[in-house]
Design a protein around this ligand. Structure first.
Ligand code: GLN
Length: 282
């Protein structure tokens, strides 16, 4: 019978050969998932043998990871802003950078109750859930073109004990007509240009939903269309918040200015890259 350390060493070598980044960490996290324990607990059990059914499951996990399937899809979840978010291949895996988008809203509106918010392109529901958990009685509408994503987002709301704070619209922002105005528009839209899409990591390109990543244009299409359309659905003094990609801040700032937003500010991420932009509807 193989011990944990033997299995871990072999699978790390295998993932390294396949060119997976942080092979050892991936091997450990997948093993912890199979054993239903914390990653560091593996270290206390190095000499223990792996049961046959555990080995079968682990082999499957490692083989999937070796084919570049992201770890989060294999285990079925990730963590975002302190909440567990389940993910399937129908939704983008929430990124740590997107926490900065949430944080910039929470920082400014922490003590403001009853905000009406719309989250455009909700995917797994991560942004809405984080906002619902950190603002005072907001009412949040989410919209997504993908019915499958809406199912995932709904399940994530239930998982995080939200009942009624978030409602869901299956529809396209470009054609949908809204019933009322919002205090905040937030979106992490598909902002990768079609050319740039081709150079993404295998994990992203082969597994994550393409239409959640690229606008099939120059990367700016949704900033323009959302900024333009949502101006009429923002309260006076309401704010629009976008996550932006590397090198996009000047162009998106121009889009916001051209669409009559004012007091535009940009926030950097931990790598000093302009990551969030927001502006005010006068
Ligand atoms: N709102 C989700 C996220 O920020 C999905 C975004 C998207 O699919 N473009 O992760």
């Amino acid at each position: 019978m193989l011990t944990l350390i033997e299995v871990l060493t072999k699978s790390t070598e295998y993932l390294e050969k396949k060119g997976i980044d942080s092979a050892r960490l991936n091997a450990e996290l997948l093993l912890a998932e199979v054993l239903n324990c914390k990653r560091l607990d593996i270290y206390l059990r190095f000499d223990k043998p792996l049961a046959e059914d555990e080995l079968v499951k682990y082999r499957e996990f490692i083989s999937r990871r070796g084919k570049y399937e992201p770890l989060q899809y294999i285990v079925g979840y990730t963590e975002f802003y302190g909440q567990r978010i389940n993910v399937t291949k129908d939704v983008l895996i929430p990124r740590p950078e997107t926490e900065i988008l949430v944080e910039s809203i929470v920082d400014q509106f922490r003590s403001v109750p009853n905000l009406k918010i719309i989250d455009i392109g909700t995917g797994s529901g991560n942004i809405s859930i984080a906002l619902a958990k950190n603002l005072i009685s907001p009412s949040i509408t989410t919209i997504d073109t993908s019915q499958e994503a809406i199912i995932v987002a709904k399940n994530n709301c239930t998982l995080n004990n939200l009942n009624g704070e978030v409602d869901f619209v299956h529809g396209d922002i470009l054609t949908h007509s809204f019933q009322h105005e919002y205090d905040i528009v937030v979106s992490n839209p598909p902002y990768i240009s079609l050319t740039e899409y081709e150079s993404l990591q295998n994990e992203v390109k082969y597994y994550e939903p393409k239409n959640a990543l690229t606008d099939f244009h120059d990367g700016l299409f949704y900033f323009e269309s959302i900024a333009h359309k949502m101006y009429d659905y923002l309260t006076s003094g309401g704010k629009i918040f976008f996550e932006i990609g590397f090198g996009q801040s000047a162009a998106v700032k121009k889009i916001l200015t051209n669409n009559k937003y004012s007091h535009i500010e940009i926030i950097k991420d931990y790598q000093n890259i302009d990551r969030v932009i927001f502006g005010v509807r006068e």
